[in-house]
Design a protein around this ligand. Structure first.
Ligand code: SAH
Length: 388
């Protein structure tokens, strides 16, 4: 029988619809080609579902179907459900950029699909999903009729899967950057060479918040990428919004985003610099500092060093912000959960010697759903802090 058989007592996660199977849970692996979809059985021969398998990966198997549902039908249904969820919540006349498929969050491990107006961007993280790519493209093309399909799979983690990092035009005309609309605000999204799939869609709700609480404030947008928080701050009435990022390409696109929104060049300065050093500059006059760093902990063993980094920038921001001021602080490391992040912010406040209160908590935007059966899909958390 060409099935993967789990060890006795090691089938609970899969029964609970968790997507991952680690090698330690596997009793028998049949002969198979890496990336193939295989049935998964309990130790007593009960069919638990189907997953794709790769011996090279630290996560040997990833489930794409549970119970007796045939795998291709399950993938089709997961894509349909993912699209149905987004169709309910977005008015394309106001917001035409959204995440369509959020990997395990939508039951499709290894797949991110984002739509920027009529440009579909795919990110494939695993060999198993690479093999399902033709089916995925077929399903998404049928439903959306995109002008262009671009693959942005420039993920170092692909190496572990035996895949190269790649960026490629898959269909349609070549596009360098797309103009999107988010809550009525236009932004440029750079495709080739950009980060993520081009734009941090997961911060949509935080951008709305920044717009709402920037009136009359001097804003420092640290780790600004293409300046989206700065644009929102200025449209919300900020006196100025300075942007700082280590990427010169991101800074250039940030300036284009100011122009696109008719914001005067004097409304903010763009610094291509290191945030850790910049926050030590003596001449800061900001009363609203936004900290949205990259994931400092990419794996569990990074957590201690990551927390030190988070503590440093938060302490500096709390020390430097003019009181009464706001600090909007984020962590997008899955391994640093909200409880731990709050502890880090507590330590930063203690060291800064400032009075700090949490006004609001934030999570990834709702088109990045957290699968209740697969809690690893939760990664972004943030606090709006009041410092006086
Ligand atoms: N807030 C942004 C996303 C930030 S992503 C948005 O909503 O669009 C994190 C950014 O931090 C990236 O653009 C990366 O280039 C930048 N970065 C990483 N390390 C940095 C450092 N030490 N100093 C300044 N920028 C840094």
């Amino acid at each position: 029988m060409n099935a993967v058989v789990l060890k006795p007592g090691r089938d609970k996660a899969v029964r609970n619809r968790h997507h991952w199977i680690f090698s330690g849970a596997i009793r028998d692996l049949p002969d198979f080609e890496d990336g193939a979809v295989l049935p998964v059985h309990s130790s007593v021969g009960e069919l638990l579902g189907h997953g794709y398998f790769n011996r090279k990966s630290s996560i040997t198997g990833r489930m794409i179907a549970f119970g007796s549902e045939p795998p291709e039908a399950a993938v089709r249904r997961s894509v349909e459900r993912a699209l149905a969820l987004r169709a309910r919540f977005f008015d394309p006349a106001v917001t035409n950029a959204r995440r369509l498929v959020n990997a395990e969050g939508d039951g499709l491990p290894g797949l991110i699909a984002d739509l920027y107006d009529d440009v579909l961007v795919l990110q494939i993280a695993t060999l198993g999903m690479e093999k399902l790519k033709p089916l995925i493209i077929d399903l998404l093309t049928g439903a959306l009729k995109p002008r262009t399909i671009f693959e942005k799979s420039d993920l170092p983690a692909r190496r572990e899967e035996g895949l190269e990092e790649t960026e490629a035009l898959l269909a349609g005309e070549p596009v360098e950057k797309v103009r999107i609309l988010e809550n009525g605000i236009p932004f440029w999204v750079g495709l080739a060479g950009g980060q993520k799939t081009g734009f941090y869609l997961d911060q949509r709700e935080s951008r709305k918040l920044v717009r709402e609480c920037s009136s009359g404030r001097r804003v420092l947008n640290a780790f600004s990428y293409t300046g989206s928080f700065s644009v929102c701050a200025l449209l919300g009435g900020a006196v100025k919004a300075d942007s700082i990022d280590s990427s010169a390409a991101a800074m250039a696109l940030a300036q284009d985003n100011f122009e696109l929104n008719g914001l005067a060049s004097g409304s903010g300065t763009f610094f291509t610099a290191d945030v850790f050093e910049f926050l030590r500059e003596p001449a800061l006059d900001h009363d609203f500092i936004i900290l949205d760093p990259p994931a400092f902990a990419k794996k569990r063993t990074d957590v201690v060093a990551a927390c030190r980094g988070y503590k440093d920038i938060n302490r500096l921001a709390m020390q430097r912000v003019r009181a009464p001021g706001l600090v909007l602080t984020f962590s997008c490391s899955h391994f640093v959960d909200e409880v731990l992040f709050q502890q880090v912010v507590f330590q930063a406040a203690q060291e800064a010697g400032r009075r700090v209160r949490i006004l609001q908590r934030h999570r990834q935007a709702f088109d990045h759903p957290v699968n209740i059966y697969h809690p690893e899909t939760a990664y972004l958390k943030g606090f709006l802090l009041y410092v006086d």
